[in-house]
Design a protein around this ligand. Sequence first.
Ligand SMILES: NC(=O)c1ccc[n+]([C@@H]2O[C@H](COP(=O)([O-])OP(=O)(O)OC[C@H]3O[C@@H](n4cnc5c(N)ncnc54)[C@H](O)[C@@H]3O)[C@@H](O)[C@H]2O)c1
Length: 350
Amino acid sequence: MMDTLRIGIVGLGSILPMHLTPIVHFQDSELVCVCDIKPDRVKAIETKYHVKGYVDYKEMIQNERIDAVHVCVPHYMHPIITNYALTKGVHVLSEKPMSINYEDGEKNVLLAKEMNLQYGVIFQCRYNTASQLVKKYLDNGALGKVLSARVVLTWDKPDSYYVLSDWKGTWDKEGGGVVIDQAIHSLDLANWFINDEIESVQANLSNRNHKIMEVDDSGEGFVKYKHGSTLGFWAMNNYSCDEPIEIRLNCEKGKAVLSYEKAEITLNTGEVISAVQQIDPDINYEGGKDYWGFQHIKQIRQFYDSVKAGLEPEISGREALKIQKLICAIYESSRTKRIVDLGSREGKVK
Ligand SMILES: NC(=O)c1ccc[n+]([C@@H]2O[C@H](COP(=O)([O-])OP(=O)(O)OC[C@H]3O[C@@H](n4cnc5c(N)ncnc54)[C@H](O)[C@@H]3O)[C@@H](O)[C@H]2O)c1
């Protein structure tokens, strides 16, 4: 078993602090190299952390003896870099989403298995105190089955947000808008809570208030599951501030309401159980944002433990395919204006 994990990062943009801080914080991981196509970003990290910098991820992966790479680049590059690293025998922790389409994600899940490597995809909101409480009460049967789930997200992403980015707001590089980039976390939580196979998906997405970008800034949809649960969602980036997301579950034996910061469960017996987010006050992320949830560190820890033990991480590529399937079906339904029947589709990954 390796004592210290040698780590590389590809992509030195806004999400960087949430990856870099844990790598430097843990006793058993060492930041060895970084890569970005923007040389000034590489230079800044090279100088501050005394690591080797690259502008070409292939060169970095070939030249450096690293155990794992964190993939923190625009969406369309996730499966490409993941595929390259896996081929070269390097474990991968990719930012969400695993890819823009389903097939590329599926291909890498199969490749990781074939290469006997660990492949994780970041969905840090699962590690929020609120999410963990609700999941526990579902898993231990106290809440019973989820009858219906409701997701609401109203955030503020004005045109100026898209002006600042050379990839957000485009179909080819971001792969969509509010659904694939922002609501993906809350939809993943709801899908994880329901924990059943999806039967069908109906959705309507549109761009209602953005002039300078082409993808969805609003969307609503309805999902049916094999054993009767349903999921309804409404998401939009046209609000005047970033409100906490809200997920409500109506279950056989009670209800749950959660945001990132807190969860409240009310059982049919009248018992109320609640949880409030715990954040380690000793860790300074230097630029992280509240609504990201500050739980990357927990997922990265779990991923490293899995790599060291040779076990599949909790949020593996295989696990991430579940939300990838839902996200892709939402876009397909909106594009085709049809109900997408997932129940009849066979995947290659079991
Ligand atoms: N988990 C979360 O809550 C969360 C929050 C924010 C962002 N993200 C994700 O993190 C990823 C990056 O987002 P961001 O906001 O940091 O974007 P960003 O645009 O700020 O940074 C992306 C960086 O990747 C670099 N890059 C682009 N192509 C590259 C390539 N081929 N090789 C090397 N570097 C390349 C860019 O130069 C840029 O520095 C996205 O997948 C995004 O969805 C996740």
